[in-house]
Design a protein around this ligand. Structure first.
Ligand code: KG4
Ligand code: ZN
Length: 330
């Protein structure tokens, strides 16, 4: 049985065909390069790019999977959260396909789809209830996952998301976009304790705007004293990343203990971060928790995770009435 997934919540236009958890195709066109000079995503550019590429991406995904539209059993599409204009393109495309082909339709929550990403292309057990961590450019959230249709938020960011703070800091340091990738590459383990930067301690919630300001003020102070050089830059960035990563890991472990979960599942663009993957693996092992990380190719936005979750929910009979489904930014 084949399920088609459609993802257009941010800057990736993606369509994917899965057969249960096997990814047969995962076609992606990203408008990332068009946003780079602005240092962040411009919604209008993203929306226009989705409108331009969605049907070609869908055709590509079907041909890569070696099937036709008639072979699709159901269609899943991200309907929230995300950029409204961007979501509308994908949702309307999927609605049209569903109505035109008379195929069942499923509206998928993008964050829940990220939580499904560790289960793609493998036979790992679901082990409910588990604690879910989504760290991306728009979200930093911890969930109690009793099943994929029983998900409750345990903690989230009160200001910037983790990816957002990486992007803002990278922009201030002139590193390039998306910032997380550059900061990840610059990080030096031996320099991680050079400066003492702390993220807010808010139970299971996060706050990253304070550390961002502290780091930028420190940089300005060092620049004034003519002490800001490449060596100091590495020390500042390494100390900053270490603190952000430690906070994400500590809160996730705390959440698992609080709800007595035995497993942790993670997703989102920031999960590509090498230090985060390493520290989470170490701490989960020390606490006797089972950790499920997505393959790096499934950390950033993709339709395979949407299709995979749609397949799962279809089997639970969780279809959506296509004409009634509205997109939502949150
Ligand atoms: O999940 P994603 O592709 O899009 C959203 O739904 O937001 O995440 C994009 C975010 C960006 O903020 C980017 O800086 C961050 O993921 N990111 C990373 C890494 N690769 C991408 N952050 C830290 N380390 C990385 N290696
Ligand atoms: Zn995402």
């Amino acid at each position: 049985m084949y399920v088609l997934g459609v993802e257009t919540s941010c800057d990736e236009t993606s369509c994917s065909v899965v057969n249960n958890r096997s990814v047969l195709s995962n076609s992606i066109v990203s408008s990332l390069n068009s946003h780079k000079k602005y240092g962040g995503i411009i919604p209008e550019i993203a929306t226009r790019s989705h409108a331009k590429f969605i049907d070609k991406v869908c055709e590509h995904a079907l041909s890569q999977a070696n099937i036709g539209l008639k072979d699709i059993k159901a269609i899943g599409v991200t309907f929230k959260p995300g950029l409204i204009g961007a979501l509308v393109v994908g949702v309307n495309f999927a609605k049209a396909l569903s109505i035109g082909l008379n195929k069942p339709f499923l509206g998928i929550n993008h964050l829940h789809a990220h939580l499904f990403s560790p289960f793609l292309n493998n036979k790992k057990k679901f082990n409910f209830p588990f604690v879910g961590l989504v760290v991306s450019g728009g979200h930093t959230e911890i969930f109690d996952v009793k099943d994929f249709d029983k998900i409750k938020t345990l903690g989230k960011t009160r200001d910037d998301a983790a990816g957002e703070v990486f992007d803002k800091v990278a922009r201030n340091f002139g590193l390039g976009y998306p910032g997380g990738v550059y900061i990840d590459k610059m990080y030096d383990y031996n320099l991680r304790d050079s400066f003492k930067f702390k993220c807010g301690d808010l139970g299971l919630d996060f706050s990253f705007s304070g550390i961002k300001t502290a780091l930028i003020y420190k940089k300005i102070e060092l620049e004034k004293k003519r002490k800001f050089n490449q060596d100091i830059k590495l020390k500042l960035i390494s100390s900053f990343q270490e603190s952000v990563v430690n906070t994400i890991v500590d809160n996730t472990i705390k959440a698992a203990k609080k709800v007595r979960a035995k497993s942790i599942c993670c997703g989102g663009g920031v999960m590509a971060n090498s230090r985060l993957r390493q520290l989470l693996t170490k701490k989960a092992c020390e606490e006797g928790l089972n950790l499920l990380l997505p393959e790096k190719k499934f950390t950033a936005d993709n339709a395979a995770m949407v299709a995979g979750l749609a397949f799962y929910l279809y089997n639970k009979n969780r279809k959506t009435d296509s004409l009634k489904l509205l997109v939502s930014s949150r």
